[in-house]
Design a protein around this ligand. Structure first.
Ligand code: KIV
Length: 283
């Protein structure tokens, strides 16, 4: 097994000028193959509310569900660092609540958590988590949990003023102790400027090529989620057709009697078969 990826590995990659990859996963086997493929961080994103549970936003998933999915992914990830997204309202009510909920994710097998935003409360949460041994990944730019406040899926950092505002928040997060920051839906040039002015690695989620890390939702990469495809997501496969074709063939085979075949059933030995035949005759 290659050495486990940690916050130190991620910082070293940034310092060496190399890149690292981040994909989401929500179950054991997907996490296992993503891990074997060499992806550095596996994120149990709250995107699972949409792509795995079928809701229309990320708001509908809670701490209990995130804990279950974290346990599954952590069992599949040997080398990759496992990071759990803290769901909507799981860290906003109080510091105590945030510590309790983030602690549950570490106990479930995550090595870090991701938290959106950088207001004064969030900065306190980050500080207290880091002091308690819970590494935190920040998330700025478009923050899906604020969807209703922002008023839609809007690109952030489109002007100098808004770019400087994001940078200011990013610096505060850095000071509070985050080990990396996701920048979502930010123009490439703004993201470059922000990343160049930070010490921690910046992870692009639709923020262009200059960031040190790149994150995508695995269902977009695999071509599994059909409801919505972000402009920045690259589809590498066609899992929805694969699943459809396999399910259709199975359905056809069952109904035409082609499934199961001889070798797909358990069989009695001659002696037991004879006994059944004799018993049948008696009946
Ligand atoms: O929920 C998620 O999957 C995310 C990533 C897209 C960054 O937050």
């Amino acid at each position: 097994m290659n050495k486990k990826v940690t916050v130190k590995t991620i910082q070293k990659i940034k310092e060496s000028g190399e890149k690292f990859s981040v994909l989401t996963a929500y179950d054991y086997s997907t996490a296992k193959y993503i891990d074997q493929a060499g992806v550095d961080i596996i994120l149990i994103g709250d995107s699972l509310a949409m792509v795995a549970l079928g809701y229309d936003t990320t708001h509908h998933v809670g701490v209990d569900e995130m804990e279950i999915f974290t346990r599954a992914v952590a069992r599949g990830a040997e080398r990759a660092m496992v990071v759990t997204d803290m769901p909507f309202m799981s860290y906003n009510v109080s510091i105590e609540d945030a510590l309790k909920n983030t602690g549950r994710m570490i106990r479930a097998g995550a090595s870090a958590v991701k938290i959106e935003g950088a207001n004064e409360h969030i900065l306190q949460v980050v500080k207290r988590c880091v002091q308690s041994g819970i590494p935190v990944m920040g998330h700025l730019g478009f923050t899906p949990q604020l969807l209703n406040t922002i008023g839609g899926y809007k690109i952030q950092g489109k002007s100098l003023d808004t770019t400087l505002e994001i940078l200011e928040y990013a610096k505060k997060l850095e000071k509070a102790g985050v080990f990396s920051i996701v920048l979502e839906m930010v123009p490439e040039e703004s993201a470059k400027f922000i990343a160049e002015n930070l010490h921690v690695p910046v992870i692009s989620c639709g923020a262009g090529k200059y960031c040190c890390g790149q994150v995508l939702v695995s269902d977009d990469v695999f071509g599994k989620y059909a409801e919505f495809k972000p402009k920045f997501a690259r589809q590498y496969g066609d899992m929805k057709s694969l699943i459809f074709d396999c399910a259709k063939q199975f359905n056809d085979d069952v109904k035409s009697g082609k499934f199961p075949a001889e070798e797909e059933a358990f069989h009695l030995c001659e002696e037991e078969l004879e006994q059944i035949k004799l018993y049948k005759k008696e009946v």
